[in-house]
Write a protein that binds this ligand. Structure first.
Ligand SMILES: C[S@@+](CC[C@H](N)C(=O)[O-])C[C@H]1O[C@@H](n2cnc3c(N)ncnc32)[C@H](O)[C@@H]1O
Length: 235
């Protein structure tokens, strides 16, 4: 599963996550912890964390997202329950733009629990797992905790093409070892071609995602999940 501000009154601030007094977006699922930054599995090593930090010039083209562009909840987005019965994810949640999101503009980070890709540290059944760094063997799972991004659906069966995509970017995180007290650390963020106000934000999960879901559905003998995965693969 990679722009700016409207009144925060479009997002309810009357509920809080279980861990803090952090306001959560309207329609946020009650059983999911709302995050404002990643959490990390104990299996993620200090070396892996360091490798996520911007050090060299090879990745200098990656966008640095200024802290002012990252708001939680995001005023750019609204989580809605999909009521259109022709929508393949009807009854589930989807993510919608509250205003026009300009082409190539930053939309939202994909936050969740960063884990290693070892069998013991991942949930193969998760529908919310996004690769963070293949070489480092790290992914982000938003199955139990995350932010608005976890509600982004795949474009298959909904639109002709995706209108957003996940791109690598950097955000500033606190660092006591740096004189500035901050360093740039890698994240996945959504941006792309432009999304009209009220339009659903859709990405391309990739065929591999749906093939994986199909395999899990077959293993679980979950007919409904199998049907959805096959539909997505056929569309
Ligand atoms: C990351 S979640 C997306 C948010 C999800 N709709 C929700 O309510 O939390 C991924 C799951 O959403 C559903 N989904 C997303 N895009 C879909 C599509 N194009 N067709 C059918 N189901 C889709 C599938 O159940 C998939 O496993």
């Amino acid at each position: 599963m990679s722009s700016t501000a409207k009144s925060s009154s479009t997002l309810a601030a009357n509920k809080t996550s279980t861990q803090s007094q952090q306001p959560v977006p309207k329609n946020w699922p009650e059983d999911i912890t709302y995050l404002t930054d990643h959490t990390y599995s104990a299996a993620v090593t200090a070396d892996q964390r360091t490798a996520l930090t911007r050090t060299g010039t090879a990745d200098a083209t990656w966008t640095q997202i200024p802290p002012t562009s990252i708001q939680a909840p995001s005023p750019l987005l609204e989580i809605r329950t999909v009521t259109d019965i022709n929508h393949p994810a009807a009854g589930q949640r989807g993510l919608f733009a509250t205003q026009h999101l300009a082409p190539d503009s930053f939309i939202c980070l994909y936050l969740g629990h960063v884990h290693t890709n070892t069998m013991s540290d991942q949930d193969p059944h998760s529908d919310y797992d996004l690769n963070l760094d293949h070489d480092l063997g790290l992914s982000v799972d938003a199955a139990r905790s995350g932010n608005e991004s976890r509600c982004t659906n795949d474009y298959r069966g909904i639109a002709e093409r995706p209108n957003a995509e996940f791109r690598d970017c950097y955000v500033q995180v606190p660092c006591t070892k740096r004189a500035a007290g901050m360093k740039w650390e890698r994240r996945a963020g959504k941006r792309k071609a432009g999304v009209r106000a009220g339009e659903e934000v859709l990405v391309n999960y990739g065929k591999g995602y749906w093939e994986g879901r199909k395999a899990v559905a077959s293993f679980r003998r979950d007919e409904e999940m199998l049907r959805i995965a096959q539909l997505a693969l056929d569309s």
